[in-house]
Design a binder for this molecule. Structure first.
Ligand SMILES: C[S@@+](CC[C@H](N)C(=O)[O-])C[C@H]1O[C@@H](n2cnc3c(N)ncnc32)[C@H](O)[C@@H]1O
Length: 305
């Protein structure tokens, strides 16, 4: 398999966030695509699929609420996956592409002057909220592997005239930052998309200063996630199939060296039937497994190297 080419032909999609998308007919027509592609075999190929999906979202060719995409935005059901930002200071509507699954800054204990790193920053949603808190004397770094997202985030930062918010093109599995350089790592609905989570967690640990911490929102599951769901590439880029089992996720963070790792917020995500092809729907129902949005906090000890 060639890692550099897109191995998945995306299902043609119709945005459901547009003005004429929410009548029942549109929802039914875009629902239940039966011909799903399976998750590619290599990490590089998975990233290629993920990158393609988020590039399309960044340029407005596709909408997603980080559910499973196409039918995700119409009702309250899948916009469910993200938290409401309306009253959050620093919220920038242009940076909100409906891709989050939590509000990591809520429990990130941010304060003036800190350096914050946002992993998978997208168009800058949480980076700008963090900037509001760290202020003129702090610094916010965002990283994303999708060029189109980085361009969008940079354009947003220019519009806001922020000169202490910088967006980088790069991979969370190989962060382009020196060790012990950031106070706080945040992330919103991204780590589930990273194939090698142990490496991603190790990279988080490396760049955080001793005494620093992280607060990330993500999708995990409890119970046995059915093979049919795990195999679905479209669910992967929609943040479910790449998710880890909750306890394994927390354990991996411990293994990376973090202490005081705990879930600060959690809620079940109710995936509407129309967001899944019938086979996956049935498999998920039968399994009794639950998909969760979690916000997780953890620390790098003061004496840690
Ligand atoms: C679900 S979106 C979330 C975007 C943003 N955090 C938000 O809430 O609006 C996931 C983002 O993570 C990025 N991403 C996925 N895997 C990545 C990786 N390995 N390294 C860097 N960015 C990644 C994607 O390009 C995409 O922009």
């Amino acid at each position: 398999m060639n890692d550099e080419i897109n191995v998945l032909t995306p299902v043609e999609t119709t945005s459901c966030c547009g003005p004429d998308c929410c009548d029942d007919t549109a929802a039914v027509e875009t629902a239940q695509p039966e011909a799903r592609q399976e998750i590619p075999q290599t990490n590089a190929a998975i990233k290629s699929v993920v990158r393609e999906k988020y590039a399309r979202i960044a340029v407005g060719a596709e909408s997603s609420c980080c559910g499973s995409g196409e039918v995700a935005c119409c009702g309250d059901d899948l916009s469910m996956i993200g938290d409401a930002y309306d009253d959050v200071e620093g919220y920038v509507a242009e940076a909100d592409l409906g891709l989050g699954c939590g509000l990591p800054t809520e429990y990130a204990n941010l304060s003036s002057g800190q350096t914050v790193l946002d992993l998978g920053a997208g168009a800058g949603l949480d980076a700008f909220v963090a900037r509001r808190i760290v202020g003129d004397h702090g610094r916010v770094l965002g990283i994303d592997m999708t060029q189109e997202m980085v361009e969008k985030a940079r354009a947003n930062a220019r519009t806001l005239s922020y000169d202490n918010v910088d967006f980088y093109l790069g991979d969370i599995e190989a962060l382009p930052f020196d060790e012990a350089t950031v106070d706080v790592v945040i992330s919103n609905c991204v780590l589930n998309l990273v194939p090698d989570k142990a490496t991603a967690f190790a990279e988080m640990y490396r760049v955080i200063k001793p005494g620093g911490h992280f607060c990330v929102s993500d999708v995990v599951y409890q119970g046995e996630m059915p093979e049919a769901v795990l195999r679905s590439a479209e669910l992967y880029v929609g943040c479910v199939a790449g998710a880890m089992e909750r306890e394994v996720y927390l354990e991996e963070l411990h293994k990376a060296g973090f202490t005081n790792v705990h879930v600060v917020k959690e809620r079940a995500i109710d995936i509407p039937d129309e967001a899944l092809p019938s086979a996956e729907q049935e498999a998920l129902r039968q399994s009794g497994s639950v998909v969760l949005s979690v916000t997780v906090y953890g620390e790098k000890g003061i004496g840690a190297s």
